[in-house]
Ligand binder design. Structure first.
Ligand code: RIB
Length: 295
């Protein structure tokens, strides 16, 4: 069982190739609302692959909150521990989508009410988990507290440091897998990537976008190549990678196989619109793995 503790947002997506400058108004091409938030995305990615997943999070007592909880249920994520805040609105992400790439502004709302007290209420769930999955769209003191709890309960943690700004390097002692992209890695460790990897063997897994991902196994650098893909929307690709990696680790895959599997999931996710729109099923990943073997 995987427990994801993190954010849920409603993504407000504007597709445009015409960005306004200060004081200007421009027309966009399309507006859509779709479920998102790095926590929820990673939970849905793992559940779509057949993982048993709990989500611990907060939404607002509003229409978005209702929709976001319903979406988790539809994706077979246990949302019993998603609370409705009475004080704050649901988190949203304002996403500008252009040529398959994005710019995102997150307004955390209820996500920032996730407190250590709420974590105390789910200690039994944490204790029963094979893996706890975290990102950094909830308050950093809560992250610190979750890491302490997981350490005490001896439950492994996968932390995706996105956004990386609040990450404290001392957290590394209580994290089993850290999955930054290259920029986040440099922000966190302030060294070159090779040095950071060599200091954290089999713990630091750096995602490289379409190039795949890499880690250091204690003796050598391992680059696990990405897959050929046709990009429609990269939103949620990192989350799909993390959700699939969590699933594979919880299933007992070795690290190289788990990263290969997660790369395949990430490559499929970008082929459809929306953070969760392209998240693959087990059979879609198997198909991609077979296709890659014969191409
Ligand atoms: O990683 C993509 C996610 O980041 C979006 O779904 C958005 O909600 C932001 O949290």
């Amino acid at each position: 069982m995987i427990t994801v503790i993190g954010s849920i947002n409603m993504d407000l997506v504007v597709q445009t190739n015409d960005f306004p400058i200060q004081g200007e108004t421009t027309f966009g091409d399309l507006f859509t609302t779709v479920p998102g938030g790095k926590g929820a995305n990673q939970a849905v990615a793992a559940a779509r692959l057949g993982g048993q997943v709990n989500m611990v999070a907060n939404v607002g007592n509003d229409v978005f909150g209702e929709e976001l909880i319903l979406n988790l249920a539809e994706n077979h994520v246990n949302a019993d521990h998603v609370k409705k805040s009475t004080n704050t609105a649901s988190g949203i992400a304002n996403i500008l989508l252009s040529d398959g790439d994005n710019r995102i502004i997150v307004v955390p709302g209820a996500n920032y009410e996730l407190s250590p007290t709420q974590i105390d209420q789910v200690k039994t769930i944490i204790q029963k988990s094979t893996l706890v999955v975290l990102q950094l769209e909830i308050p950093i003191p809560t992250i610190d507290y979750i890491l302490q709890v997981c350490d005490e309960l001896n439950v492994p943690v996968l932390l995706n440091p996105a956004p990386a700004a609040g990450f404290d390097k001392q957290f590394m002692d209580k994290i089993d897998y850290l999955t930054p992209n290259e920029t986040e890695c440099e922000q966190i460790f302030g060294t070159n990537i090779e040095t950071a990897l060599e200091q954290h063997p089999n713990q630091l897994i750096i995602t490289l976008g379409s190039e795949g991902a890499r880690y250091f196994d204690g003796e050598k650098h391992v680059v696990v190549k990405g897959f050929k893909t046709k990009v429609v929307d990269t939103t949620g690709a990192g989350d799909t990678f993390n959700g699939a990696l969590a699933y594979a680790i919880a299933e007992g895959f070795g690290l190289e196989r788990a990263v290969h599997f997660a790369n395949a999931a990430g490559s499929l996710s970008v082929e459809k619109f929306g953070a969760q729109g392209g998240m693959p099923s087990q059979s879609e990943i198997e198909e991609r793995l077979i296709d890659a073997r014969f191409s």
